[in-house]
Design a protein around this ligand. Structure first.
Ligand code: MG
Length: 408
């Protein structure tokens, strides 16, 4: 038995960072993203009463207990994110106690390098160009709702719009085999832009994708993320133009509210469809698999129930012959959680990553470097989840710092 003795949280922008201390001296690390104060409230004001003094190694027991209580009043959202953050920390504790990386405990290595694609984030990712503030908080803000940012090193969102050919060539040279672009966001934010797209403006918005094809041909796969902005008529026009691109997948052009609509869209779009980190409970994934609404399913491990549930959803997709891809535009432990499940499960085709995050933001958060080499991320060898939060982030003087201690 390894007893939980303290739960600590702190947050930067929307990123909730969690540490779970134990009487064995092992510290487990977890994370989730969005509304971090709400997640911290769940962890400290409610979940800590059950967790403090309990066995940290009873991962499934804790998961089921909180899931069943949370589902009594809806269960999604902040509640599922709190379970997710806790689940990562408990897997980290178990794996450290066994002196093994998490993927080893999930069944071992099915692929020693998990392919990773570059998503078009940047150091200004998601923030309006006019926004000021400290650089780190800029990197971790509203996804898909900002401008393309500004020109500069690793400003891949800007580069994907204004110098897409050179950007794609750079990625190919670095060994990337796939890239995701967010070319439609500016159209969606214009009045009426989610309802109707004129052919001329749509072709212009997607022109960077054509320029990538002209420059590097099929040396790189292209994905398009619509961030769930569009209604059916606009989505059908997007699909028609995208057929010439031959994307690996088109993602969240429609919102994921209705499984029958997703099924119709997959049938009529004429390009492969990915659905979606916006689904956050297992039965939503079952429904999209059952109705045939997706060619790929995408999971965010810290929105959908942590390593435990991500593994279960990944395994559920296997009998449908549908590959899984892991989402991360948010934080380093989300990425590592996806990597561990992907290393241990052959059905994971790609891990999402953002160069600017790996090379700038994440270095300010964790005590190790995560690298994409030869188009993928190697199986982490360090015992546990593979990284620890930098201790200075958990300053008791930080206004967001909270701790629950046993015995209280
Ligand atoms: Mg997405």
């Amino acid at each position: 038995m390894i007893r939980i003795t303290k739960i600590e949280t702190v947050h930067v922008s929307h990123l909730l960072m969690l540490r779970v201390h134990t009487d064995a001296g092992i510290i487990g690390h977890g994370e989730t993203y969005y509304a971090p104060a709400a997640v911290a409230a769940l962890l400290h004001d409610w979940m800590s009463e059950k967790l403090l003094g309990a066995n940290a190694l009873d991962i499934e027991k804790h998961w089921r207990f909180f899931y069943q209580r949370f589902m009594n009043f809806g269960g999604r959202g902040a509640e599922m994110r709190a379970i997710s953050a806790l689940d990562l920390a408990l897997w980290d504790i178990l794996a450290q106690s066994c002196q093994q990386p998490v993927w080893q405990l999930l069944g071992g290595c099915t692929q020693s390098i998990l392919p990773a694609y570059n998503s078009a984030g940047g150091t200004s990712y998601g923030m309006p160009a006019s926004a000021g503030g400290e650089r780190l908080s800029q990197q971790l803000f509203w996804p898909g709702h900002g401008s393309a940012g500004f020109n500069g090193p690793l400003e891949d969102n800007w580069a994907s719009v204004y110098r897409p050919a050179e950007y794609a060539a750079e990625l190919v040279k670095e060994g990337y085999t796939a890239m995701k672009m967010w070319a439609l966001d500016p159209l969606a934010h214009r009045p009426g832009g989610t309802l109707h797209l004129g052919w001329k403006e749509l072709r212009a918005a997607l022109d960077p994708l054509f320029r990538v094809r002209e420059k590097v041909g099929y040396d790189i796969e292209i994905m398009l993320d619509g961030h769930g902005f569009f209604q059916w008529p606009a989505a059908m026009r997007i699909a028609e133009v995208m057929r010439d691109i031959k994307p690996l997948w088109m993602e969240d052009v429609l919102r994921t509210d209705n499984m029958d609509t997703l099924k119709r869209f997959r049938d009529e779009a004429g390009v492969p469809i990915a659905v979606s980190e916006m689904l956050t409970v297992r039965d939503d994934y079952r429904q999209v698999l059952e109705t045939g609404g997706a060619d790929y399913i995408m999971i965010d491990p810290t929105w959908a129930g942590g390593i435990s549930e991500t593994r279960r959803i990944t395994e559920m997709a296997i009998p449908y012959n549908i590959p899984v891809t892991m989402h991360d535009c948010t934080g380093p432990l989300t990425l590592l959680a996806g990597v561990h499940v992907g290393i241990a499960n052959h059905n994971v085709v790609y891990q999402e990553s953002v160069r600017a995050h790996l090379r700038v933001a994440y270095k300010k958060l964790i005590d190790t470097d995560i690298e994409v080499m030869k188009g993928g991320i190697a199986a982490p060898l360090r015992p546990g989840i593979g990284a620890a939060w930098l201790p200075e982030l958990f300053s008791e003087t930080d206004p967001t710092y909270r701790a629950s201690v046993w015995p209280s």
